[in-house]
Design a protein around this ligand. Structure first.
Ligand SMILES: NC(=O)c1ccc[n+]([C@@H]2O[C@H](COP(=O)([O-])OP(=O)(O)OC[C@H]3O[C@@H](n4cnc5c(N)ncnc54)[C@H](OP(=O)(O)O)[C@@H]3O)[C@@H](O)[C@H]2O)c1
Length: 278
C-alpha cells in the first residue's frame, strides 16, 4: 500500500490520482475528510491524520509500505515539529520507502527562511530506518503565476537573477515515478530552462495576452509592501526567498523531470487548468 500525505492539496491529489490510474494500491492521507473528498475520486481509500497528532500518524501508517510525504507549510518552527512527527511515525511503522518534497535551497549559508526547515527534514530522513527519495524542487511555476504575475508591472528585488521554475504537475509526476521505482536518491526537480524576470515578463506577455514588464526594486521596498499585505511568516519568507534567488540559488536547470516549459505552463493556466489550489 502506498500512502500519500497532503492529498487534499495540489501535488498530493495529483499523485494519488496518477497512482490509482496506474493500478497501484493507494490511500489518500489528509486532515479533513471533506477537503479530501473534493479532490480524491470515490473508491480511493481516505485516512485522516494530522502532522501535529502523532497517534493519528501511527494509525495511518500502520499497514503502509511506501509513503509520498508532502511537506507542511507555515511557520518554520511548526513545520520542523510536524516534519519530525511524520518521520518519527514512519520510523515506528512498516514503511520501507518514502518520497519527500524538499527544495533546492537547503544549503547552510542560504538566507531563505525555509532553508533550515528542509535541511532538518532531510537530515532526519537520511538517518531514518527506511530509504528516501528526496525531491529537491525549484520554484513552482504556479507560485510565480499566483504571486508575482498578479500585477502586470512585476516589481521585485531580484536584479537580473535567474530562476528555473517547475510546475506542480511535473513535481507530482516525479513523485509518482520515484515511489514506484527509486530508493535512496536525491533528485533536482527544476525547469529545463532558466529565466531572468525580464524574460518571465516577456513570456507572460505572450502567454497571458497582457503586456507585462519587470522593474527591479530595493529589498526594503518589497518587504514593506509584503508587511502591509500578508501575515507572518510570509513577509520574511518571500523577501528571504528573493535574497536567495539573487544569490543564484534557484538558477540551476535540469531536464529530467521537467515536461512543460514555463511559457506553455502559463498558456495552460489561461485555460483554467493550473490556477486552482488543487
Ligand atoms: N517550491 C515552491 O515554489 C513551493 C511553493 C509553495 C509551497 N511549496 C511546498 O510544496 C508543498 C506542496 O505544494 P502544494 O501546492 O501541493 O500545497 P497545497 O496545495 O497547499 O497542499 C498542502 C497539503 O499539505 C497538507 N497539510 C498542511 N499542514 C498539514 C498538517 N498539519 N497535517 C496534515 N496535512 C497538512 C494540506 O492539508 P489541508 O488541506 O488540510 O490544509 C494540504 O493537503 C507545500 O506544502 C509546500 O511545503 C513549495
Amino acid at each position: 500500500m502506498i500512502l500519500v500525505t497532503g492529498a487534499s492539496g495540489y501535488v498530493g491529489s495529483r499523485a494519488v490520482r496518477q497512482l490509482a490510474e496506474r493500478g497501484a494500491a493507494v490511500t489518500a492521507v489528509g486532515r479533513d475528510e471533506a477537503r479530501l473528498r473534493k479532490v480524491i475520486p470515490e473508491g480511493i481509500p481516505l485516512v485522516i491524520a494530522d502532522y501535529d497528532d502523532p497517534a493519528s500518524l501511527d494509525r495511518a501508517f500502520a499497514h503502509a509500505r511506501k509513503l509520498i510525504f508532502v511537506a507542511s507549510d507555515g511557520f518554520a518552527e511548526d513545520m520542523i515539529r510536524q516534519h519530525a512527527h511524520v518521520i518519527d511515525a514512519a520510523n515506528r511503522s512498516p514503511i520501507a520507502q518514502t518520497v519527500f518534497t524538499s527544495i533546492v535551497d537547503v544549503e547552510d549559508g542560504s538566507p531563505f527562511y525555509f532553508a533550515p526547515v528542509y535541511r532538518d527534514a532531510e537530515r532526519r530522513l537520511k538517518s531514518a530506518r527506511f530509504s528516501s527519495v528526496i525531491l529537491r524542487c525549484g520554484l513552482y511555476s504556479d507560485f510565480i503565476l499566483q504571486h508575482w504575475l498578479r500585477e502586470t508591472v512585476i516589481s521585485l528585488p531580484l536584479a537580473d537573477a535567474r530562476i528555473a521554475p517547475i510546475s506542480r504537475d511535473d513535481v507530482a509526476a516525479a513523485a509518482v515515478h520515484a515511489v514506484l521505482g527509486a530508493t535512496d536518491e536525491t533528485w533536482q526537480l527544476t525547469g529545463a530552462a532558466s529565466y531572468s524576470m525580464a524574460e518571465v515578463a516577456s513570456a507572460a506577455t505572450r502567454a497571458l495576452g497582457k503586456p507585462h514588464s519587470y522593474q527591479a526594486c530595493a529589498p526594503e521596498v518589497y518587504f514593506e509592501r509584503l508587511a502591509a499585505g500578508v501575515d507572518d511568516p510570509w513577509p520574511e519568507a518571500f523577501s528571504t526567498l528573493c535574497a536567495s534567488i539573487r544569490e543564484g540559488r534557484y538558477a540551476a536547470t535540469s531536464s529530467h523531470f521537467s515536461q512543460e516549459d514555463f511559457e506553455s505552463f502559463l498558456k495552460r493556466s489561461t485555460q483554467g487548468q493550473s490556477l486552482s489550489r488543487v
